[in-house]
Design a protein around this ligand. Structure first.
Ligand code: HEC
Length: 283
């Protein structure tokens, strides 16, 4: 009895344990470092205003803060302002949050500090998350929006850059156990989701004497490589902009930090020399 129970327990662990670790999530790509690249940040700002502000707000940022990126008031007014907004206005959303919730199922979060929030959660720069998120949308007919995402499965956001990114094909290779009549048999299953969002299993092989872990590997292929290069480049600019927006003064803060350290170093030498000369006669 006890033996049987222990056996079942071990089996349960063998089956569920590895499967759980396999779902730990899609690894984030590294976003190219562009926080000091003004041209990249300007392009990011333009993409943000045109493609994201329809749904998301950025309520801690005023349009005129964009002059820090080298844009003039006139350029902001002519290229980036929604009709009716003024340069001193905060970046509000075009759509009412209640409508957004109705149409999309979820209200789009404010993006002002999204890059910082993501970094705080998982210890990798939040811009890496955003860069990966924006580049891992794929067509999927099984979801309500017809789109899915690799880092954020079943996200309630459509792929806004589907025209720019071109079609994709997702191949997933999963090594997983299947339990049948008390026996565990491992399988390697390859699934392809085509550019129209239809999924099909292309191979399903049993693995003899497999002793490893469950695993899942995704490979998202952009079918138009010329489009992919430009799209990825734009997403790097956009992620950098979201990083800047979450902390517009981060460059200044880093520079200030260097000066403070330099001052402390100089002050230490002065204090040390003074200390020495004060105590010279006492000893
Ligand atoms: C059609 C409306 C819409 C547009 C346009 C849109 N989003 Fe979203 N976005 C959403 C919704 C809705 C969510 C919440 C998804 C959820 O929680 O399932 C979301 C979530 C997010 C998240 C959070 C993801 C997470 O892990 O929590 C980020 C980051 C994001 N959007 C970035 C962007 C960027 C950058 C753009 C511009 C390219 C953009 N979005 C354009 C609707 C939109």
């Amino acid at each position: 009895m006890i033996k049987k129970f222990l056996g079942a327990l071990i089996l349960m662990f063998a089956v569920s344990g590895p499967a759980m670790s396999a779902s730990a999530g899609y690894a984030w790509d590294r976003a190219p470092e562009r926080i000091t690249d003004l041209a990249a940040l300007q392009n990011g700002a333009k993409l943000f205003v045109n493609y994201c502000l329809n749904c998301h707000s950025a309520s801690s940022l005023r349009y005129n803060k964009l002059t820090d990126l080298g844009l003039t008031q006139k350029e902001i007014e002519e290229n980036l302002l929604f009709t009716g907004d003024k340069v001193g206005d905060l970046m509000h959303v075009a759509m009412r949050p209640a409508d957004a919730k109705l149409w999309l199922g979820v209200a789009p979060p404010d993006l002002s500090v999204m890059a910082r929030a993501k970094a705080a959660n998982l210890g990798q720069p939040g811009t890496d998350y955003i860069y990966t998120y924006l580049r891992t949308f794929y067509r999927d007919v099984t979801t309500p929006l017809g789109w899915n995402n690799l880092v954020f499965p079943n996200a309630g956001m459509p792929h806004v850059f589907w025209e720019q990114s071109g079609p994709t094909e997702l191949t997933t290779v999963e090594v997983h156990p299947v339990e049948k009549d008390g026996q565990v048999q491992w399988f390697k299953t390859t699934t392809v989701v085509d550019s129209d969002g239809f999924s099909s299993v292309v191979s399903d092989e049993p693995l003899a004497d497999y002793k490893g872990h469950a695993s899942i590997e995704h490979n998202l292929k952009y079918l138009d490589s010329a489009k992919e290069v430009e799209f990825s480049n734009n997403m790097a600019d956009l992620s950098a902009f979201l990083g800047w927006m979450s902390e517009p003064d981060q460059q200044f803060r880093k520079q200030l930090g260097t000066w403070v350290l330099l001052f402390l170093a100089v002050f230490f030498v002065i204090a040390w020399r003074l200390n020495k000369s004060y105590w010279k006669h006492v000893k």
